[in-house]
Every structure is written in C-alpha cells, then in structure tokens.
Design a protein around this ligand. Structure first.
Ligand code: DQA
Length: 147
C-alpha cells in the first residue's frame, strides 16, 4: 500500500537557501524536497508519495489543510513558520484532521527569540521536531514508516 504524505510550508520558506542560512541552512525548499524523496528511495521506501505545498498566505494554508478532510493522506507534515506563533486559524483547521500532524521547525526555536516560544499550532500536533534543518521532513516521514 502506498503511504501518502502532505508537506505544507508556510511564509518565507520559499526563500530557504538564501534566507538567513546560518539559522535555516543553505538548502532551498526544492533541494529539501529532492533530498527527502531521494533519501526515501535510497532507504528502500519506494511506496511513499509526498505532495509539497508552500504559501505565504494564511488562508491558502487553511484551505490546503481543509482539503485533507476529503483526501486520503496518511499524515501531514507542516512547517507553519511564523504562523506557528500567531495563527488560531491554522490551529483550528489542524484540529479537524484525524491523521497524524507532524510539526517541523528547521531551527531550534528554543534557542531563539522570546516571541518564538509560543507555538499555537503545537496544540494540535502529534509530533514536534526542531533543529534538524533539512533532515526534518525526511525524519518526520520516517517516524510514520518504521516500527
Ligand atoms: C521556523 C521558525 C519560525 O519561528 C520562523 O518564523 C520561520 C521558520 C523554522 O523552520 O525554524 O519562518 O518555523
């Protein structure tokens, strides 16, 4: 059976690679997508499908999360980026999902600004991963594949 993962990335993550590389690493979002998919294949997980979506707009992210209510995905990986700290709308949409929600932050936000310490979205996340940079998505997906 093919396992399907939706990967949602929030605002400013379209500029990964050039955006504060000392914090987020030097890989672009498409580099990370390729790294994740190639690594899954190399590890022998050939029956895995990932769908990647990025938006800088809160409502578009809410819409994508809502669309999962009618689709057959096994888990959602989401990096809500700055919206993690502010968005009740994204939190509320995540609460409706019955699949595992894996919240990813490339940086370890615990080492960072005080305003990054509150994560509204974490209230509906099954797993929270921080500080793994580009490896976070791969490891998040693997968490659902290994026993
Ligand atoms: C981030 C951390 C957030 O605080 C920040 O606003 C981001 C990225 C991360 O991946 O480390 O845009 O979610």
């Amino acid at each position: 059976m093919v396992k399907k993962f939706m990967v949602i990335n929030g605002p400013n993550l379209n500029l990964l690679g050039t955006r504060e590389p000392s914090v987020y690493g030097d890989k672009s979002l498409s580099d990370i997508e390729l790294y994740t998919e190639n690594s899954l294949k190399e590890l022998g997980f050939t029956d895995v499908e990932t769908t990647w979506f990025q938006s800088n707009i809160e409502g578009e992210i809410v819409g994508k999360i809502q669309s999962l209510l009618n689709l057959d995905y096994d888990a959602l990986l989401i990096n809500p980026a700055a919206y993690s700290h502010t968005s009740v709308a994204i939190l509320d949409s995540l609460k409706m999902l019955e699949i595992p929600v894996i919240e990813v932050h490339l940086s370890n936000t615990h080492l960072r600004d005080a305003y990054r310490q509150t994560k509204l979205t974490a209230k509906s996340s099954t797993i929270i991963m921080e500080g793994l940079r580009h490896k976070a998505y791969l490891i998040g997906i693997l968490s659902q594949l290994v026993k």
